[in-house]
Design a protein around this ligand. Structure first.
Ligand code: SAM
Length: 284
């Protein structure tokens, strides 16, 4: 029997108690599971990292194609179930909080030569952003991610400038990756059903040689500060957060080819890199 079919009966028979605190919404729809594994382009040379395998319904589809699967699961109660279901040399299960791990060290410990590292996960929604940022910022090895998240977050991270969902998260993610919404997923395919709809997002990490700001930390600060009050002028936001002189900021914006009254939502990643590089020596 497919693991997806077993999820409902495992829960019904009280063999496993769902823990809301771990964001447990299990997938039971085989078509969706197959679609996710197809978006991921996995083959026998791919190392797949699954974050939160749960009762293993997605894991099973991924193991059909992957060379090796490294899974992180925080819930102790799921470990014996997963170990019983997936016995084999191409499955490594780590019982820990993904946010506490050094992913690249874990990869180095595997005895597997790969062409590509792909994260595939139905993410726990309460920590979607920290997980994405961790994978993007901390790992040198991850090439692609195919991840389920709340539709609202998916819209934000894939949004383009001047759209209503565009914000500092869009820029933080698009600075390091190319992000595309692959398909939407209705809440009805999960057990239990979450209160929101979801979507699968495909992210590909950009090559190392793409344009970078002089100071990455300052770039992130400028991006976040520029959006503190969305409807306000960029110069106002930089003035209220950093105390930068408004007229001087507006002169700079004008010299860079923007209107003096431009808002943060009009700037793309490259614009923010250029702006933060110019502002770096800026005195209030
Ligand atoms: N992959 C399964 C599926 O699609 O049916 C389960 C997905 S469920 C949305 C999220 C999973 O992530 C749960 O199994 C949960 O226990 C696990 N999880 C939650 N927080 C975690 C963390 N910090 N580190 C690792 N796993 C976590």
């Amino acid at each position: 029997m497919k693991e997806a079919n077993k999820v409902k009966s495992t829960i019904r028979k009280n063999e496993f108690h769902i823990k809301k605190k771990f964001g447990q919404n299990f997938l039971t729809d085989e078509n969706i599971l197959r679609k996710i594994s197809n978006v991921a382009n996995i083959d026998e040379n791919t190392l797949v990292i699954e974050i939160g395998p749960g009762l293993g319904s997605l894991t099973e589809f991924l193991l059909e194609k992957a060379g090796h699967l490294l899974a992180y699961e925080i819930d102790n109660d799921l470990i014996p179930i997963l170990n019983k279901t997936f016995i084999g040399s191409n499955f490594t299960l780590i019982n820990d909080d993904i946010l506490a791990r050094n992913i690249d060290e874990d990869i180095n410990h595997l005895d597997f030569k790969y062409d590509k590292v792909t994260v595939v996960a139905n993410l726990p929604y309460y920590i979607t952003t920290p997980i994405l940022m961790k994978c993007i910022e901390d790992s040198k090895y991850i090439n692609e991610m195919v991840v389920m998240m709340q539709l609202e977050v998916a819209n934000r991270i894939t949004s383009k400038p001047s759209k209503k969902d565009y914000n500092s998260l869009s820029i933080a993610i698009q600075y390091k990756t190319v992000a595309k919404l692959a398909f939407k997923v209705p809440r009805t395919v999960f057990v239990p059903a979450p209160n929101v709809d979801s979507a699968i997002v495909y992210l590909r990490t950009k090559e190392d040689n793409t344009v970078k700001p002089i100071n990455e930390k300052y770039f992130y600060q400028i991006v976040r500060s520029s959006f503190v009050q969305r409807r306000k002028k960029l110069s106002n936001n930089l003035n209220s957060v950093f105390g930068y002189d408004k007229t001087k900021v507006e002169d700079l914006l004008e010299s860079l080819g923007y209107s003096r009254t431009v808002r943060a939502e009009s700037l793309n990643v490259e614009d923010f890199i250029m702006l933060s590089d110019k502002l770096i020596d800026f005195k209030a």
